[in-house]
Design a binder for this molecule. Structure first.
Ligand code: PEP
Length: 253
């Protein structure tokens, strides 16, 4: 039985006081969603403040990115060990904004995933097709390439410790949501890829989140799909009511 995860990616938003207030508001009410894992992803400079704000609650937190190198001359980068030091449990890797705006490749996502796992972090590895790719009927092929490239060389044991997020790029920040059927179809494909590469136990155990304009009003119909194990939420995660409303969608499963 896979436990649902609702993850809130705050991206490059909020100031320190707003980040603390939002984290505290979610943490305070996080006890109501016992059957769901909850995590927020503030800008890295606020991770320490969020750590203090959520202390003693069941709200976890993580980073939106990290460097694949352990240390050294990598100006501006943050290592996995530094995130662990800050108390992070998760790290988002290969988000579409990093892939398509900042040019991150599957090979880089792969190196980061391996480094995150080695440090004991849970990577949330994102995959998703562009609108033109979906319209050209290439969704399955693109997802497969991203999966194979981003998770290359991982053992079954390593893969069992990560989370996959399917985020159709055309649905991110656009208000356009994949239909529950569209999301479920890709999630089923991903589970089949996992089964073919590893085995049924791994395929049944890995959590696959959906991301793309999820909000409290549409969460339940997405989250009731059998292969949708939670959500990676952008815009709607910036409001405590919306974020917790999405988590409430899981309990209606
Ligand atoms: C995201 O950026 O991961 C995302 C899903 O954003 P939004 O919910 O705003 O579409």
């Amino acid at each position: 039985m896979r436990r649902a995860l609702i993850a809130g990616n705050w991206k490059m938003n909020l100031d320190r006081a707003e980040a603390v207030a939002l984290a505290a508001a979610i943490a305070e009410r996080s006890g109501a969603a016992q059957e769901v894992d909850l995590a927020v992803f503030p800008p890295s400079v606020y991770l320490d403040a969020v750590r203090d704000a959520v202390r003693g609650s069941r709200l976890a937190y993580g980073a939106q990115n990290m460097c694949h190198q352990p240390n050294g001359a990598f100006t501006g980068e943050i290592s996995a060990a530094m995130l662990v030091d800050l108390g992070c449990r998760y790290v988002i890797l290969g988000h579409s904004e990093r892939r398509h705006i900042l040019g991150e490749t599957n090979a880089e996502v792969n190196q980061k995933t391996i480094a995150a796992l080695a440090a004991g972090l849970v990577p949330i590895v994102c995959v998703g097709e562009l609108l033109a790719e979906r319209e050209a009927g290439r969704t399955g092929e693109v997802i497969r390439q991203q999966f194979d490239g981003s998770l290359a060389g991982l053992s079954a044991e390593q893969t069992a410790r990560l989370v996959i997020a399917y985020e159709p790029v055309w649905a991110i920040g656009t208000g356009k949501v994949a239909t529950p059927q569209q999301a479920e179809a890709v999630h089923m494909d991903l589970r089949k890829i996992l089964k073919d590469r590893y085995n049924a136990t791994i395929a049944d155990g890995v959590r696959i989140l959906y991301g793309g304009s999820v909000k409290a009003s549409n969460a339940a119909e997405l989250l009731t799909q059998p292969n949708v194990d939670g959500a990676l939420v952008g815009g709607a995660s910036l409001k405590a009511d919306e974020f917790l409303g999405i988590a409430a969608g899981v309990s209606r499963k």
